[in-house]
Design a protein. Structure first.
Lengths: 243, 354
């Protein structure tokens, strides 16, 4: 990196980092309990140890790696740590910094942030929900099975019988969020840096798409770059001992 | 050996105060999308069966929790979105928050703890919210997950029960796996009934309604959601593998059903059984069947004698007929896929346990 900023100090500005890393004694209980470590080549103990050493180059490498993207944020590590650390919070701070610096596009798993922004992120502004029945596309979610295709074909009837309020006004399951409320959410994102963060993900992803020679569109999921980051799995991530 | 008083004192740390009435209700994106019948039945249970006051505001939105835990939503943003919910609650004159989603519940807990440890963040959030919306908020007096609330009324529900969680053929209690969403109490154990090690929120319902709770080695293992690990197709091996690990561990105990308090966990444990069967031909129930996975609202509804098709059990991938037969619930097959007005709908094909 050009300016050699002190990455540990930048991380300390994130309250989750301050709260998540007190003093690690390297016992490895977090790794023992970790669902990600079970199947990925992943060891939260090593990550905490790396950042604790404050070695700028090592932190820099972490921010560009697949490693920080393996955690599922179940936070099982929080319960078990005998020193009150939360490796999951440390990961969240590392992921945030990786995106702020644009390093996330350097790894296969990091690049996936673009797919999450274009699905969950766009849902928030469009519908006021992170997820909604009509936004769970069976082409992207074959694991939802035939019942899901059925529900999407018969959404009105299904919701009506179960007391839903699909796209209706007032209260009830899956009601339409009023425009004023959507506007307030957008304004909150504008004021708190959420919109800027979305734009950063977009900007760095666009640059990476050009570098990879993949088609990129300014909206939606119908483009080569989305398809690449949403589906690409090099197969180099697994913990081979898990079998 | 620990003295009994000591045990009681430790256990008392993990009890929690749950408000008795007058709730401000905040919905879950996942529960209302996948289990709308459960979302609605909670309100019917509270208002019509238990006579409680529960208020819902149409302007309440997502908490953005799935975005936060997949790392696209900054901490300052989610804190302010949550503060807006607190503002709606203040404006409506409520002080007790009832949270339907476990991800949201974990976040409310995390944010309230953060504000205690970092008061400057609370002040910053107040400024952000006022600047963005002109609203002001108070900290809730009581925050409970909706499963906490159902737990607190479990004995009243048992007193009105039409059926017990007993196998009507053998007379034995049904063997039930309970699964607690990770963010219910793993982050802040004292926010959950019984903490992270011995959460009693679902086992208390099962006990009160006549069933038997199964203990098994991976009882506290995550369902496998993992936020980005499910949201992105390339990562779903993580999600499925963790679910299969859990199901392999419970299989020898022959559960009759699984009860979950997190909307996401309920959906994944249902859908991944389908996927595992499709991909590998494996099933985890008895006689090659799969294990029905129910929300606690659905189970409370069955116990109270509700029609399973008004609760939405027909819209799970794993169908509940094996469980309903054991419970002795009358199964009206012709009513299963009807509209509210009684018109016949198409019948979905290739569901499990049919």
């Amino acid at each position: 990196m050009e300016k050699q900023e002190n990455l540990y100090e930048i991380l300390m500005d994130d309250i989750r980092f301050e709260e998540g890393l007190k003093a690690c004694m390297n016992c490895g209980v977090c790794t023992a309990i970790c669902p990600a470590a079970e199947f990925y080549d992943y060891d939260p103990r090593k990550i905490v140890d790396t950042v604790q050493r404050r070695d700028n180059e090592e932190i820099n490498n972490l921010l560009k790696s697949d490693t920080i993207w393996y955690c599922g944020e179940c936070m099982s590590c929080k319960t078990r740590c005998p020193r009150g650390n939360t490796p999951g919070f440390v990961i969240m701070a590392l992921r945030t910094l990786s995106q702020k610096l644009g390093y996330f596009t350097e790894s296969e798993k990091g690049r996936q942030q673009f797919a999450i922004k274009r699905t969950v992120g766009d849902n928030i502004f469009k519908y006021g929900y992170c997820a909604a029945t009509y936004a769970v596309n069976p082409d992207l979610h074959p694991e939802q099975g035939p019942v899901w295709e059925y529900i999407l074909e018969n959404t009105d009837e299904v919701f009506e019988r179960l007391g839903g309020q699909l796209n209706g006004t007032g209260t009830g399951p899956l009601r339409k969020i009023p425009k004023e409320a959507l506007d307030e959410i957008k304004k909150i994102f504008d004021v708190t840096g959420g919109t800027e963060f979305f734009e950063l993900i977009e900007e760095h992803s666009k640059r990476k798409a050009a570098e990879m020679g993949l088609q990129f569109e300014s909206k939606g999921i119908d483009n080569e770059y989305f398809n690449e980051v949403f589906t690409c799995n090099s197969g180099n991530h697994n913990n081979l001992e898990s079998d | 050996m620990m003295k009994n008083e000591g045990k009681k004192r430790i256990w008392s740390d993990y009890q929690k105060e749950i408000a008795d009435d007058h709730f401000f209700y905040v919905r879950s994106c996942i529960r209302q999308s996948f289990f709308p019948g459960s979302e609605q039945f909670f309100l019917n249970l509270m208002r019509k069966v238990l006579g409680k006051d529960v208020y819902e505001d149409p302007a309440h939105t997502t908490c953005t929790g799935i975005g936060y835990h997949s790392d696209i939503v900054p901490a300052a943003t989610i804190m302010t979105v949550v503060a807006r919910h607190f503002a709606l609650m203040k404006e409506a004159g409520y002080k007790n928050l009832a949270v339907s989603c476990v991800t949201s519940f974990g976040l409310y807990t995390e944010i309230l703890e953060t504000w205690k440890h970092f008061p400057a963040e609370l002040e910053k959030t107040r400024e952000y919210l006022f600047k963005a919306t002109g609203r002001e908020f108070d900290i809730p007096e009581n925050v409970a997950h909706t499963s906490d609330i159902v737990y607190s009324f479990r004995d009243q529900i048992a007193a009105k029960a039409k059926i017990k969680l007993v196998n009507s053929i053998t007379g034995e209690p049904l063997k039930i796996v309970e699964h607690i969403g990770c963010h219910y109490s793993k982050m802040f154990p004292k926010s959950g009934i019984g903490g992270a090690e011995f959460p009693h929120v679902l086992s208390g319902m099962i006990d009160a309604w006549g069933g038997e709770v199964i203990d098994y080695p991976e009882r506290r293992h995550c369902c496998g959601f993992g936020f980005r690990q499910y949201l992105v197709q390339a990562n779903r091996g993580y999600s499925l593998s963790n679910t299969v690990k859990k199901f392999n561990s419970m299989k020898p105990y022959k559960p009759d059903m699984i009860l979950a308090n997190c909307p996401g966990c309920t959906m994944f444990m249902d859908k991944w059984q389908y996927t595992a069967k499709e991909l590998e031909g494996i099933t985890f129930g008895e006689k090659g069947e799969s294990i029905p996975v129910l929300t606690y609202e659905e189970l409370a509804g069955l116990v109270l004698g509700m029609n399973p098709w008004d609760l939405g059990l027909q819209y799970h991938m794993v169908q509940s007929e094996p469980l309903l037969r054991k419970l002795g619930v009358e199964i009206n097959a012709s009513d299963k896929y009807k509209t509210k007005d009684g018109k016949q709908m198409p019948v979905p094909q290739n569901l499990i346990n049919v």
